[in-house]
Design a protein around this ligand. Sequence first.
Ligand SMILES: Cc1ncc(COP(=O)(O)O)c(C=O)c1O
Length: 372
Amino acid sequence: MRIMFGDLKIGDTARKYIQRALDSNWVSEGANVKEFEQNFANKFGYKHAIATSSGTDADIVSCASLYDFGANRGDEIIVPALCFVACANSILAAGFTPKFVDVRVDSLNIDPAKIDEAITDKTRAIMVVHTMGKPCEMDAILKIARPHNLKIIEDACEAHGATYKGKFVGSIGDMGTFSFYAAHVVVAGEGGMVVTNNDEIANVVRSVKSHGRPFGSIYFDFQRIGFNSRMNELTAAIGLEGLEKFDQTFSKRKGNFYKLLELTRGLSDYLYFPKEESYEKISPHAFSIVLKDKKYDCPKLYKYLEAKGIQCKTLFASLPTQHRAFQFMNYKYGQFPVSEYIGENGLHFGIHQYLTEDDLVYISDTLKAYFK
Ligand SMILES: Cc1ncc(COP(=O)(O)O)c(C=O)c1O
């Protein structure tokens, strides 16, 4: 593959922190994790940052924290029909039921106009997902959530450093989640983070991620249902370097994002492209395209791009109606027409920091040749 989805080069900072852990003979949660949490919180201005073993676990512990705030097992959490599968899986893993809502084709994000009709007596939260680093329409979502007393979990796993009306994502709702899996803007190999400005939520999340013990305790006093979702020292070491390089990585990727948009401008009759509004800052997670007409045959385009060395992924598809895993929920194809359309006609690929201008020209030329 010439254009990989992401790439990681491990440098001296990560090696220094890995060595520190090795020298201390302690690689479970410790000094590196603490420093990673503090640096992450300081960098983006979150009051609390709580490291977890993955972005999926960040979502699970965020959902499970809701039991301390009036939720009961089996209650519902609203989630977009189209997003990475971990969002819906984590709602189920935490003991809730995902209630799916369709997305918009221009943002790939949950459609605020369709949230109200999905709210029932059992709804306790909305998990919004800032897909491909594009912030959701948070003003509209807050306006819907507050009168119903719903908590908002912002899944920002693809949106490190994205802002909406001057605020970093993850600080607008009640809590936010991040992933440091390979190919994200900050990589730690695996790993995640829950952020919140609320002290009470922070204490509950810290407890849930460590078997439900009171925060700071290692004794067997279990106050709530919890998990082992802790990060280890080696993961945090790599994350610390990713965070140190954040500005550089972000601006190189953002440059790639705009360069590719400019190079592919002539294809706008064929494709929907991402669009950054004046009041937001998109995090350059990846580059998405959606065919404007089915006749251009997405599976063929996918195979063509991969054959040309461009590593491709679909755009997730409608979880409830296009993935076997969710068949047990009895949703029917046609209930989420926009997600289903994007699922059948959307792709995304990498715009990572190690791509050169030649690589971007290559991607653009390859796309143009397909539509000729
Ligand atoms: C939106 C979203 N949520 C959750 C996750 C899960 O993160 P992880 O792979 O670290 O478990 C991902 C992963 O990329 C994601 O894109």
